[in-house]
Design a protein around this ligand. Structure first.
Ligand SMILES: Nc1ncnc2c1ncn2[C@@H]1O[C@H](COP(=O)(O)OP(=O)(O)OP(=O)(O)O)[C@@H](O)[C@H]1O
Ligand SMILES: [Mg+2]
Length: 443
């Protein structure tokens, strides 16, 4: 990950309109981590990341930024909702599990990389195993000419298997039950995972006779692929590398952090769980060692980006220790009519493009006139003003309202175009938007 801050912002610009402060802060934080990794190890230890708190009302792009970051980067990254954790001792997920999730994510990144590196080897392994079944080897005593024929057959068979021509054939293959199936589910604490593992070993022993399995070639390819990976790639080296990457480059996006803040209104009502989650978060954000199934990971250098709307509560409602651990604050702006228009017209795969794509399946060409789009942005903004401000999510409801009927009869417009004009937009929406009660329910 060595994109410059400018390149990161440029990438985000394709999907998220405005919110330049947030983009810049995040881009800088990411670059700082890259810079740190270039320094000597003593310096590296000293430089800890500055965690970020994004504040902005609902529907202005907080989660969207994180989604796009996740796609862009090949660094370990997870997005979690703070509201789904509970204090240790309460029923629910404990906070440490987010770090375990990060490690699992890191492992899958490293594994994919290794699989790519060893792709040829893996494919050969799978191919050999399958061809062996389809074409039993010749006895040693076979004559030279037979061997030559066989070689030709073998090559032919290999191409057939590779091209998928043999996919439906049923073959019997031995499955190596010793292969450790990785449990993607990291929610369990390590002690429980050990129990789970020993169980699975017992089961593997019990099912020894079931080692032979009849499968279609297609399924066998998938089964053998997993076997090849575990035979050819050393799992331990993946785990070590993954831990190291999660430790130094990992990012945890803590969404909905305002949901664990205790607002003044509820101050009288003591909510032990919320505050407990905040306390549990402290050591993780500050830096502590957490045991995972794959080894111990230190959280000192994991970057935390928290986000919340803070409608009801304020950042100052978080316990002070936690506030202090998110020194960088960025505010996201509310969306104006103009930004709404840009969200519709300038983002990659915008809502308009999505609707057009859906309608094209029916053969209808959906066209939005520019005036119509402007009207949509205007009405969405007005609806936000007179009822609740739900940001760009308003565009979803507004567009749904406009296109519902058209979508219903789309099949009648095969090979025809349908033009959305400003008049149509007003016709569908004016009465709704102007009626306070109606718009509360419909939009
Ligand atoms: N600035 C923006 N640029 C482009 N699209 C946006 C922007 N803001 C919001 N959207 C769109 O609006 C929808 C909701 O945005 P998002 O999920 O980011 O909201 P949020 O800020 O996380 O709100 P909440 O606090 O309710 O979680 C998404 O589909 C997103 O594509
Ligand atoms: Mg969100």
């Amino acid at each position: 990950m060595n994109l410059t801050p400018k390149e990161i912002v440029e990438y985000l610009d394709k999907y998220v309109i405005s919110q330049n402060d947030a983009k810049k802060t995040i881009a800088l934080a990411l670059r700082t981590r890259y810079r740190r990794m270039q320094l000597d190890s003593e310096m590296q230890r000293e430089i800890t990341p500055k965690n970020i708190l994004m504040i902005g009302s609902t529907g202005v792009g907080k989660t969207e930024i994180s989604r796009r970051l996740a796609n862009m980067m090949s660094v370990p990254f997870i997005k979690v909702e703070a509201s789904k954790y509970t204090e240790v001792g309460f029923v629910g997920r404990d906070v440490e599990s987010m770090v375990r999730d990060l490690v699992v994510n890191s492992i899958s990144i490293v594994r994919t990389e290794k699989e790519k590196e060893n792709q040829e080897k893996i494919q050969n392994y799978v191919l050999n195993k399958i061809v062996e079944k389809l074409l039993p080897p010749l006895p040693e005593s076979a004559s030279e000419s037979k061997k030559e024929d066989y070689q030709r057959l073998l090559q032919g068979m290999e191409t057939k298997v590779e091209s998928g021509e043999m996919d439906d054939k049923i073959i019997e293959i031995e499955i190596d039950t010793n292969i450790q199936v990785e449990f993607a589910d990291s929610n369990l604490p390590p002690e429980m995972l050990k129990v789970q593992e020993s169980f699975s070993k017992v089961f593997a022993q019990m099912s020894k006779d079931e080692k032979k399995k009849e499968l279609s070639v297609k399924d066998a390819k998938i089964m053998l692929q997993a076997e090849a990976v575990s035979k050819l790639i050393d799992a331990n080296s993946i785990h070590t590398e993954a831990l190291k990457r999660a430790e130094n480059g990992g990012i945890i996006f803590l969404d909905e952090i305002d949901k664990i803040a205790l607002s003044e209104k509820s101050a009288g009502r003591n909510d032990p769980s919320k505050e407990g989650v905040q306390r549990d978060l402290l050591p993780i954000v500050e830096g502590s060692s957490i045991t995972t199934k794959y080894g111990v990971i230190n959280t000192d250098h994991i970057l935390f980006i928290a986000a919340g709307a803070f409608h009801v509560s304020k950042p100052s409602d978080l316990i002070p220790e936690l506030q202090g651990r998110f020194p960088l604050r960025v505010e996201l702006e509310s969306l104006t009519e103009d930004t709404l228009y840009q969200i519709l017209t300038q983002t990659k795969n915008s809502l308009l493009v999505q609707y057009q794509a859906l309608m094209s399946v029916e053969g209808m060409e959906l066209i939005f006139e520019d005036d119509a789009v402007k009207a949509i942005a205007k009405l969405a903004h007005r609806a936000n003003e007179i009822t609740e401000d739900i940001g760009a999510r308003r565009l979803h409801t507004v567009l749904e309202r406009i296109l519902e009927d058209i979508s219903f009869i789309a099949d009648e417009y095969k090979d025809k175009e349908f033009i959305i004009t400003a008049d149509l937009v007003h016709e569908k929406l004016d009465t709704v938007v102007d009626d306070d009660d109606l718009s509360r329910y419909i939009l």
